[in-house]
Design a protein around this ligand. Sequence first.
Ligand SMILES: [Zn+2]
Ligand SMILES: [Zn+2]
Length: 321
Amino acid sequence: MFSESDTDGGLDGYEAETLSLSPRLTTRLKMPHWISTRVRCVERQERGRLMIDLHTHTTASHGRRTPAEAIQEAYRLGLDALAITDHNTIDGLDEAREALQGSRLTLVPGAEFSVDYKGWEIHMLGLFVDDQDARFRQEMDRVIDLWTDRLKAKCEKLQGLGMEVRYEELEYSGRFPVVVSSIASVMVRKGYVKTGEEAFERYLNEGLPAYVPSLVSVEEAGAIVHQAGGLYVVAHPNYGEPFGDIDEKVLSDLKERGADGVEAFYRGMPKDVTERYISMARRLDMVVTAGSDCHGDCMGVISHPDWVWLELLHALRKRRG
Ligand SMILES: [Zn+2]
Ligand SMILES: [Zn+2]
């Protein structure tokens, strides 16, 4: 499916006017984020470096761009590879693939799973999955069913606490309500809490009265990804998970439960943290990935070395035998 020739990059689709913006100028003028992003991308393109973003969301899961728009943006930015990793769904992948229209951009099919790990929710990415595989598609239907069951269970718990929050009222993204914050929004709207944060801190977070653990375990999602030929990666390991950043002990335990890698390059992650995760991955014989987790305008903002992509392809080949 992927070969070394996929890594030669060099798309020539970016707009000529972006070349005339000097990075120094954008810093001085404090240009909007999206312009400096484009400049950075063009700069790197000129240096012949690879640019990948292996964690992005579309309108299938609360992202701002449709899958087709995400592909167009990736092409405009000159990315070599873009993964679409919507929350618990692969609904956007068919449209994204259609939008490729024979361009040299590599679409990495994926999904971001909300999984249960010892009673806590963590996020895991499935990357390079064969999303056309019938069994995988069936499994993903089951994953989204379990996700909506979980949201319904949260609503029921809130009702038990005297709050009239119904599943039918939640904000849809694509075919389903895909973010727990849509529950918090209803709670705010109806005056049960003042802010979304309060909803999470008093009711929705782990250990609180309306918490419902994910109905998909970390092992189960890993098996689904592996069965579809993909790699299974710990997303945003420093996101301040409820038990703190994921440390080497937890990462090693996640490896035991199926994880192949860790998202060591993540939007806004300090360099020393990235280096720490790279070292952990080396010691544990895991791969690292790079992703922006873009829901809006930050596609491709992560700076990463070329070996990230090359090692991933190598790991993929090894996994597929
Ligand atoms: Zn996430
Ligand atoms: Zn994400």
